[in-house]
Ligand binder design. Structure first.
Ligand code: SF4
Ligand code: FES
Length: 258
């Protein structure tokens, strides 16, 4: 429906209440499209004026906290960063589902336990060396540039839950955590690159990536987890070669002198 100033649009939301529903179902709402409205604004409008039971996560409304990641018209993204009008213009209506591959707690809220567990696996915090300077611990502009903006990741999970490998294997470390590992391995202030490379080059790490690029398409911050994984893979291979060479040398050192 449209007149000069007013237009009502259809928003479809996947609903699931574990206490009442056997499986998820879609529910339709009509929302008045207001200039500048985001998909998150539409969800707020529905929750405040039409159905207080609609459940979703959000906090900052400025694409900073990462909590409003969901699947909008088939694409994982942030609801607070998605203009409602763009989705309507492209698809005629908006269909909102929770992030895929994760257990649904209620409606659009998913259980992110595996996401955080894998994140912790790479020890995402900085591990400083013993001789840490007393004042600033500076990185050069070139060193910062090499991180390719990885430090701007907001841990929204859009990449993780768009990854086909995650869909098949929840033990895969995942693009979000591998991006963080990449950032720490390249950080000259970090003292544990070997430990990190050993973790990411194991059975659930970088070699599981099939370079499908879904993570790049999904990332609302324009980051490139695939490139980070590729860099880690090369560094891990180099390290494995060095270790292999060292073991060989050691073997010969231990041989009895003829
Ligand atoms: S890499 Fe992008 S999509 Fe993945 S968690 Fe970080 S901000 Fe979200
Ligand atoms: S509400 Fe914080 S990123 Fe959307």
């Amino acid at each position: 429906m449209a007149n000069n100033n007013r237009r009502t649009v259809t928003v479809r939301i996947q609903r699931f209440n574990p206490d009442a529903d056997a499986k998820p179902h879609m529910q339709e709402y009509q929302v008045e499209l207001v200039q500048g409205m985001t998909v998150l604004d539409a969800l707020h409008e529905i929750k405040t004026h039409q159905d207080g039971g609609v459940t979703f996560r959000r906090s900052c409304r400025h694409a900073i906290c990462g909590s409003c990641a969901m699947n909008i018209n088939g694409r994982n993204t942030l609801a607070c960063k998605t203009p409602l009008k763009n989705e309507i213009d492209k698809h005629g209506r908006v269909t909102i589902r929770p992030l895929p591959y994760l257990p649904i707690i209620k409606d659009l809220v998913v259980d992110r336990t595996t996401f955080w567990e894998e994140y912790l696996r790479v020890k995402p915090w900085l591990i400083p060396p013993d001789d840490i300077p007393e004042k600033e611990f500076r990185m050069s502009p070139e060193e910062v540039h090499a991180l390719n903006n990885a430090e701007t990741c907001i841990m929204c999970g859009a990449c993780y839950s768009s990854c086909a490998v995650i869909g098949l294997n929840k033990k895969y470390i995942g693009p979000h955590a591998l991006l963080k590992a990449f950032m720490r391995v390249l950080d000259p202030r970090d003292a544990a690159p070997a430990e990190r490379l050993a973790e990411v080059s194991g059975a659930d790490g970088v070699y599981r990536c099939h370079t499908i690029f879904n993570c790049i398409d999904a990332c609302p911050k324009g980051l490139n987890p695939t490139q980070a994984i590729e860099t880690l893979r090369k560094l891990a291979q180099k390290r494995q070669k060095y270790e292999q060479a060292r073991r060989e040398r050691q073997k010969h050192l231990n041989e009895p002198i003829p």
